[in-house]
Design a protein. Structure first.
Lengths: 492, 358
């Protein structure tokens, strides 16, 4: 047997076929460790003992772990806020600053104010690696610990858990990502995606281009390009842009980037050079963005005509292109930098005490870090709101849903929070879980993002009807979708 | 001492050819089935059932599917993810077009669609082998995934491009959709996996399985003794894709509850291929062991530091898990290149003579 095996690899398979191994060995009068086997009996005995030992150790360890898992601490006097984050994997460049911002703001509240309304916030991260499988595993592992809100931070994970929210009574806060249609609070009472949807973003892009050209009527006959990741996230703005192309008479050119080719876009940009679109909207993520910016610089595409959506606005998206990316624009709904009292408080109470995971102090205040802070601010304000509504200190997911639904963050409140000008004031309502708020253009000046435009309001009368239709479609295609039974609170 | 078949005499050929000829094995499998069907639904918590057992069973089924093709017939395939996708999308289309037909009928029927496509992409296997065939199946992977993105009819023109699972009931109990309880879904998945494993075990022991193995061991010799290569290879592709398709439909309908095309990318194919290789090529129990090692072990490792009271950050734990799982995989393969099933086999042989080895 040994010889045949050496001669041809395929014959070795025979040993892999164990179905009759018990019998085969007996019939063939082979000893388990005898001529048939590869090793001498002594050697193999030692190895087996080792293996058995490892196996037993492993089993004991595994059993121990399995028993201990459910008994995790969930103290009754804290508010449990799980954060689904991704600090590992291909998208960690975007995920880590967001995670840092979210955790640091909540920890700052714990350190500075002793929590929210006198109750400490228990922040726990669960690593998803931007992988849907692991995201669901995270969701299952935290849902019994009385979480008040879930931040999935991945469109894929959001889509998976949207149907579960109403059943498990845990609201989902997907801040400006996820399913655009979930802005409709009547169909999706448990899902919140303020401050803007992808459709709002695309409409702001068109509006901004119109402003630059001197009026929306000047769009007629122009060519606008959309460079997008060929996945649900990237394709999201297409229906809206097609609608607007019809209404304003511009031509829409689509440039899909297949997910495996994120870093190989030269052919696509050759096409761009041939078509000469006047403006390009970039709906990309991860490694796709720096590649697109670099390629655009290479073909001398005017950088101030290349506009990324808000997830294409990481520092690392623009930086690798060097000088060439100066002037690159990105939509944004949070300010960049450390010149805000809230960021100073985070530096003082969290970062300087070594309680943050940021790698360097100057990374505090980056665009995605501040976005994480904004995300946590929404959570914290909603908790406060829920405490006010219910009179309870320790709230549940159901209370949190009411808190989110009647959230109204005014200019004055932003000032109190030390976020004057950090973000636009916003509010959500029972029927509108998004608000369709204004965003602005951030410009890459070669070293950092600077605010380059006023707050621009989305073209709501085009976006809202699309949302309504999409929400209705969702409810019909998911037969058995529950009707809204949750009462509506008055806005605070 | 305990595991010894002395005194167990076979008086019929049927008894001699049984899947589990040894009494202790039969007791063992009985205990496993009782635990799986009764104890786990009664005592398992939601996390165990939802995040561990259901995915484990789904991946085991996919691994069995790939094992039929790669382990039993010797045809390397990298298209498993896409074939699972066919099952999922077919099931979605069928149940949205004919909502009144029982969902289980469609889960099984979607396997047939997958089988048809699998057989189609298996055609090149008649001419090419080994790595070249792997590349041909890679083409299937990319082409089908392209279809999942580019053919909006497949996802009913949904603006988010994802397939969403509507609620369907079985005997009045919801089995899919958000309202279905974890236990119901688990029992449905478990039943399907057990039945299909039983069918597979009989398939590979019978004439069809023997022709597959003959082709695997040497296709020219197989042809000379009268095995028709085309039928054999295509049937392996069809059966394998059928299993993968059902696994894909189960994955989306009873585990995920909705999916986008990225779920069925090349990584999924590799994931299942690793399970098959580590579990053991050409072994059904190996498929289960491989799925357990690749899928469940990281979950245990991830929970371990917290259970032991080590204050590690989530990202650090993730890195450690990657390192440990990687090291374990290399370790297992160095110790036993034929996979966990072989390890299990060796263990059983040792057990027969324990405590007096000779």
């Amino acid at each position: 047997m040994e010889q045949t095996c050496r001669k041809s690899g395929s014959a070795c398979f025979r040993r892999g076929d164990y179905r009759f191994a018990d019998k085969g060995m007996r019939r063939g009068n082979m000893q388990p460790d005898g001529q048939g086997a590869r090793k001498t009996p002594v050697e193999s005995k030692g190895r087996l003992k080792m293996r058995l030992k490892h196996f037993v150790l492993g089993t004991v360890f595994a059993a121990g772990a399995a028993v201990l898992v459910p008994s995790l601490a969930s103290a009754a006097d804290t508010i449990y806020v799980p954060l689904l984050t991704y600090r590992t994997g291909a998208f960690s460049g975007s995920g880590a600053p967001i995670a840092n911002g979210m955790a640091d703001y909540l920890n700052m509240l714990n350190e500075r104010d002793g929590g929210i309304g006198g109750v400490k916030v228990a922040v726990e991260e669960c690593e998803t690696g931007y992988d849907t499988k692991k995201g669901i595993e995270c969701y299952e592992s935290i849902k019994n610990k009385n979480p008040i809100v879930i931040n999935p931070y991945s469109t894929g994970i959001t889509l998976q858990i949207i149907p579960k929210a109403a059943v498990d009574k845990i609201p989902i806060l997907s801040m400006a990502y996820g399913l655009s249609a979930s802005a409709d609070g009547n169909t999706f009472p448990w899902i919140f995606n303020p401050p803007s949807t992808y459709w709002d973003g695309a409409s702001v892009f068109v509006k901004y281009v119109g402003q630059q050209l001197g009026g929306l009527d000047k769009l007629k006959g122009k060519k606008l390009g959309l460079v997008y990741l060929d996945a649900p996230y990237g394709k999201e703005p297409i229906p809206l842009l097609e609608q607007l192309a019809k209404d304003y008479g511009f031509e829409l050119k689509l440039y899909p980037v297949p997910a495996p080719d994120m870093q190989n876009q030269s052919a696509l940009w050759l096409g761009v050079r041939r078509d000469r679109p006047d403006y390009i909207y970039l709906q990309g993520f991860g490694a796709m963005n720096p590649t697109a910016v670099k390629e655009a610089a290479k073909i001398n595409f005017p950088m101030d005509h290349l506009i990324g959506n808000w997830w294409a606005g990481n520092e690392d998206d623009a930086r690798p292109a060097g000088e060439g990316s100066k002037g690159y624009l990105s939509l944004d709904f949070n300010q960049v930098g450390q010149n805000f009292p809230v960021i100073q408080d985070i530096l003082k109470h969290v970062v300087d005490k070594g309680k943050s995971q940021v790698t360097a102090k100057d990374r505090v205040g980056e665009n995605f870090y501040n976005r994480g802070v904004l995300n946590s601010m929404i959570i914290a304000e909603a908790i406060r709101n829920a405490q006010k509504l219910t009179g309870k200190k320790v709230i549940t997911g159901e209370d949190m849903r009411r808190g989110l639904e009647s959230l109204n963050i005014t200019e004055a409140r932003l000032k109190e929070l030390g976020m004057d000008g950090f973000a636009a004031p916003f509010r959500v309502s029972c029927s509108d879980h998004n608000g369709h708020h204004s965003v602005f253009m951030a410009k890459w000046d070669g070293a950092k993002w600077v605010k380059a435009s006023d707050w621009i309001e989305p073209i709501k009368d085009k976006v809202v009807p699309l949302i309504d239709t999409a929400a209705k479609d969702y409810a019909t295609s998911n037969a058995g979708w529950p009707k809204r039974s949750e009462a509506c609170d008055k806005a605070s | 001492m305990f595991y010894r078949e002395a005194g167990q005499f076979k008086t019929t050929y049927a008894a001699d050819m049984a899947v589990f000829p040894v009494l202790q094995d039969r007791i063992g499998i009985g205990v496993i089935l009782v635990v799986a069907f009764v104890a786990l639904p009664l005592f398992g918590n939601d996390f165990l059932i939802n995040a561990v057992m259901i995915p484990f069973l789904v991946f085991s089924l996919a691994a069995i599917g790939l094992n039929i093709l790669t382990g039993y017939t010797g045809l390397l395939s990298l298209g498993t993810g896409a074939f699972m996708g066919i099952g999922a999308y077919a099931c979605y289309k069928l149940t949205t077009i004919f909502p009144n037909v029982n969902i289980l009928v469609w889960v099984i029927a979607s396997g047939c669609f997958s089988a048809a496509v699998g057989a189609l992409f298996g055609l090149p296997s008649l001419r090419i082998k080994g790595f070249y065939l792997a590349v041909a199946t890679l083409a299937a992977q990319f082409f089908l995934q392209w279809c999942f993105i580019r053919v909006p009819w497949l996802y009913n023109y949904n603006s988010s491009g994802a397939i969403e699972v509507p609620q369907r009931t079985l005997f009045g109990l919801p089995v899919t959709g958000a309202t279905a309880t974890a236990t119901t879904r688990y029992l449905v998945v478990l039943t399907i996996v057990v039945v299909m494993t039983w069918i597979a075990s009989n398939l590979v022991r019978g004439r069809i399985g023997r022709t597959w193995m003959a082709v695997r061991d040497m296709d020219i010799a197989a042809e000379l003794i009268g095995i028709r290569l085309l039928q054999t290879k295509l049937s392996a592709f069809a059966v394998s894709s059928f299993y993968c398709g059902v696994a894909g439909a189960l994955m989306v309908f009873l585990w995920y509850g909705g999916a986008e095309s990225e779920v069925f990318d090349i990584n999924q194919s590799f994931f299942v291929l690793f399970m098959v290789i580590i579990g053991g090529l050409g072994s059904l129990i190996g498929s289960f062991m491989g799925a357990a090692l690749i899928f469940i072990l990281p979950i245990i490792l991830r929970a371990a530091p917290e259970a032991l009271g080590l204050p590690l950050r989530a990202a650090t734990v993730e890195h450690l898990t990657f390192i440990t799982v990687g090291a374990l995989i290399i370790g297992f393969l160095v110790l036993e290149p034929m996979g966990l099933a072989r390890l299990w086999q060796v263990g059983k042989q040792k057990l027969r003579v324990w405590p007096f080895p000779y």
